[in-house]
Design a protein around this ligand. Structure first.
Ligand code: HPA
Length: 279
């Protein structure tokens, strides 16, 4: 993967694209419109050294956008999931590419099932911490030491500073924004009622099939992380019905407007990138 990453960085520079400062990754049905990429848009597959396939609600595109303040932002519109058959290294390749390009800040969105009775579909929740139950870890194996430490600290996977910033921006916009712990599962089957009970008892507030591996890879490479879940459904036993992919996509679409407001505000915030931070 080391040489493949170097090659992808070389291809980026050859394309004449600016190096981004921030990467935004959007989840299931949560794509937002952040302005005209002015021709700087390609399929994500162009940057990956392996074959990809697409599933409904996940258009896989890469855009390079410039905010009103002139900040270059890499927007990964759609992501790879391990349940599609990708291994952990493939799943996080695009986040590693962003880090190798010099990105200092990562923002992610995802669709998640609510594990608490006070949650409602459509709620926006900041991820405060995560529980990686996927059985995978993108740091397995021999990785180049310049990527990061063998045993990286995970005391603050989601930056307290960035969460504070997101809460401030949400408050200004009049958007409700909770905080919670995200349990990442392998999927693709949704959870059984017994699994939901286990997750709740163990301190999780929402459950989903993404994000955790990318956060591990990003923290390993010293990138400051922020992530937002959209509650698209209540998990079995929390809500009254079952869970369907259609419901997840529909609720995601309905939350996209609020998400777009918050993301645009954050991406334009001068404090989003902490230039003095060393990791
Ligand atoms: N479980 C797991 N992943 C999900 C869910 C869920 O209920 N909703 C959206 N992604």
């Amino acid at each position: 993967m080391h040489q493949e990453l170097d090659r992808a960085v070389g291809a980026w520079d050859e394309a004449g694209w600016l190096r981004p400062e921030v990467v935004l990754v959007s989840g299931s049905g949560l794509a937002v419109d952040l302005g005209d990429p002015q021709g700087r848009e390609t399929p994500l597959a162009d940057w990956l050294p392996f074959q990809t396939h697409q599933i409904e609600g996940h258009p896989l595109k890469v855009q390079l956008l410039t905010t009103e303040q002139g900040r270059p932002v890499l927007y990964l519109k759609g992501r790879l999931h391990s349940y599609q058959g990708y291994d952990a290294h493939q799943t996080v390749f695009s986040v590693r590419l962003a880090a190798a390009l010099g990105v200092r800040t990562l923002i992610m969105t995802n669709a998640a099932g609510g594990l608490r009775g006070d949650q409602r579909p459509g709620d926006l929740i900041l991820i405060r911490d995560q529980i990686n139950l996927t059985g995978l870890n993108p740091l397995r194996g021999d990785l180049p030491s310049e990527w990061g430490p063998r045993f990286p600290d995970m005391t603050e996977p989601y930056s307290r500073r960035l969460r504070g910033l997101a809460r401030d921006r949400a408050q200004e916009l009049g958007l409700a924004l909770g905080q919670g712990t995200y349990a990442a599962v392998a999927g693709p089957s949704y959870e059984t009622p017994a699994e939901v009970t286990m997750l709740r008892r163990n301190g999780a507030d929402m459950v989903g099939m993404s994000t955790a591996l990318e956060i591990i890879a990003a923290r390993h490479m010293g990138v400051e992380c922020l992530a937002l879940s959209v509650i698209t459904n209540l998990a079995p036993g929390v809500g009254s019905g079952g869970v369907s992919h259609e419901e997840v996509l529909q609720e995601g679409k309905e939350a996209s407007g609020r998400l777009q407001l918050l993301l645009a505000s954050l991406l334009n915030d001068a404090a989003l990138v902490d230039k003095d931070r060393s990791s």
